[in-house]
Design a protein around this ligand. Structure first.
Ligand code: SF4
Length: 230
């Protein structure tokens, strides 16, 4: 492991401290900084912690986390601790700040906390970023189109290839293991694997971070194998 990256990540965590920079601090239990290998080749970015994450202080540990872990371990054949997982905001956003129902971070919260995510990315400099769902995709790429249109297409953030896909909780809410979205996610993840293996020739399709459209999605082919559980 690159000791310098690990040290910089630690310093960033210290900089955040017991953060009160936005209103989410009023209701959070724990700051969910993010976790994984500072030398990760792949970074997954969601929108914010949910109930389980807020309690445990770790990203993606609830039901959506189980699915994301399955994607990483069963699908990508990587260990969860070898990738890096973070969110746009590090405290749990809830509807009416009531700590009952989750919501995406608002613009003010994303702006206040997103600077830390950007610093994390800048330290880790992964080979690929996978954004999970609309909020993280829009935050990083400034896209106007929704995830349904942009998933599976390559973009670039600060020189790093970015592939948006559906958030695991969206897959769970839309049929889970039986959801057709599962196949879309797997098709997207296969593109990430191909790029990591140096087999992907999507460089020409990479776009600037302003989010202009890349090449149209490839025609989907039937795929016989989808890893169980995702
Ligand atoms: S969400 Fe981020 S900016 Fe807001 S209080 Fe939590 S750590 Fe600070």
């Amino acid at each position: 492991m690159d000791g310098n990256k690990a040290k910089l990540i630690e310093e960033l965590r210290a900089e955040i401290g017991d953060c009160r920079r936005c209103k989410l601090s009023a209701t959070r239990t724990t700051i969910v900084f993010g976790e994984g290998n500072p030398d990760a080749r792949v970074m997954f970015i969601g929108e914010g912690p949910g109930k389980d994450e807020d309690i445990q202080g770790r990203p993606f540990v609830g039901r959506a986390g189980v699915l994301l872990t399955a994607i990483i371990e069963k699908g990508m054949k990587m260990r969860r601790e070898d990738v890096y997982i973070a969110n746009v905001v590090k405290c749990r956003p809830t509807v009416d700040m009531a700590f009952v129902r989750d919501r995406p971070p608002d613009e003010e919260e994303a702006a206040a906390c997103g600077v830390f995510l950007k610093k994390q990315i800048d330290i880790i400099r992964p080979e690929v970023i996978v954004t999970l769902g609309n909020p993280s995709t829009k935050f990083l790429l400034g896209l106007k189109e929704g995830i349904t249109r942009v998933h599976g297409r390559w973009f670039v953030y600060e020189g790093i290839p970015v592939l948006p896909t559906y958030h695991p909780s969206f897959v769970l809410r839309n049929g889970g293991d039986a959801s057709p979205l599962k196949k879309d996610v797997w098709e997207d993840i296969k593109k990430v694997l191909a790029r990591l293996a140096g087999e992907d020739n999507a460089s020409a399709a990479l776009q600037t971070r302003n989010g202009s459209a890349s090449e149209p999605p490839e025609e989907k082919k039937d795929e016989e194998y989808i890893p169980t559980l995702f």
